[in-house]
Design a protein around this ligand. Structure first.
Ligand SMILES: [Zn+2]
Length: 345
């Protein structure tokens, strides 16, 4: 019989063993921290399963066979809630009960869709006031936790400080610095590590990725990010993008004609990786993200203006964050390419 439980990823056995003693302890709020694309959500979901399971296994993980595990797996456990942003809910195919009707334009709509607002927290009142099934645990899963706005975080604080009996909280965040200190101080922070290259490579091979090393380089060793990047359409788009970015003979501004809302964040990431590799070459360090372009990078490294390259690096760091917000993709990309051209003059 197939085990019906959310499982941790293969490389998370060590961190699971470190967390096990805390499952039955007084810690009622776990905050899982780490880079995007390393499996924090999977670990958090495995924790939630374990906390709700009626007959946990010897290693404290969920049995995958009890009524509770089946409900959770089917997405209808009465004592589990996933607090997330409207855009994430849409990806998951669920309706957002608190979606605002007062949105003025597409920019404010986009901003609102990336935020967990106070109404979503208020809607949890009945979840916390009802008795749990068979007096078991109740789990609130908050992901991405940094999406809580100030009002929502404040509203949540009271429940975090005085949780109803049996309540456990699992918060997941890739951006701990964006979390209010009041929330941070009430959670047990757990740094989720990157897997070893060997573990990540094997996992990608098992997922059917034929050239895991290349996508792992592009993703800085983050396996889930590497899996997303391994999509053939994505790889073709990257190849075209890098060909233009790495060639001085071509007009990099031509790239702006193809940028859109869907790819602007990814393109910014690719430019940032390119910038880091140029900096690495100048500092005689190994090229990390684009080793297949080493010859091009060597040639360009002799031509760059270091001060301008550092300016571009700083600009890209800010742009990486801004690219998640509503921007005019064409103007945004032109601005970054302009700074890149200055680096090469
Ligand atoms: Zn179970």
């Amino acid at each position: 019989m197939k085990r019906k439980a959310w499982s941790r990823l293969p490389w998370q056995a060590a961190i699971w063993n470190r967390l096990r003693p805390d499952l039955g302890s007084n810690h009622h709020a776990f905050l899982l921290l780490g880079h995007e694309g390393i499996g924090k959500q999977a670990l958090g979901r495995a924790l939630a399963s374990a906390l709700l399971c009626m007959h946990p296994m010897e290693d404290a993980s969920a049995c995958g066979e009890c009524e509770s595990c089946e409900w959770l797996y089917a997405g209808n456990h009465p004592d589990f809630r996933w607090l997330t942003t409207p855009s994430r809910l849409q990806e998951m195919g669920a309706e957002d009960e608190s979606a605002g009707s007062e949105l003025e334009d597409s920019a404010s709509e986009k901003r609102a869709s990336e935020v967990i607002g106070i109404d979503s927290v208020r809607n949890l009142a009945s979840f916390f006031s009802l008795t749990t099934h068979r007096g078991g645990a109740r789990v609130l899963f908050i992901e991405p936790a940094e999406a809580l706005n100030i009002a929502a975080a404040n509203a949540l604080l009271k429940t975090l400080e005085e949780p109803p009996a049996g309540s456990r909280f699992i918060l997941v965040s890739s951006h701990a610095r964006r979390l209010p200190a009041t929330i941070l101080s009430r959670c047990l922070s757990v740094n989720v590590p990157l897997p070893s290259i060997e573990d990540a490579r094997q996992w990608l091979l098992d997922k059917g990725v034929s050239s895991p090393d290349s996508v792992l380089n592009q993703a800085a060793g983050r396996p889930l990010r590497a899996l997303a990047l391994a999509d053939p359409t994505q790889q073709l788009a990257r190849k075209e993008f890098m060909a233009q970015l790495s060639s001085l003979e071509r007009d990099p501004y031509g790239l702006s004609e193809k940028v859109n809302r869907e790819n602007v964040a990814l393109w910014t990431e690719w430019m940032q990786c390119w910038c880091y590799d140029l900096l690495a070459k100048i500092n005689h360090a190994p090229i990390r993200f684009n080793p297949e372009y080493e010859i091009k990078i060597n040639a360009l490294a002799h031509k760059v203006h270091l001060g301008k390259l550092l300016d571009w690096e700083k600009k890209l760091r800010i742009a990486r964050y801004q690219s998640q917000q509503p921007v005019n993709p064409r103007l945004f990309c032109d601005d970054l390419l302009n700074a890149y051209c200055a680096v090469l003059q």
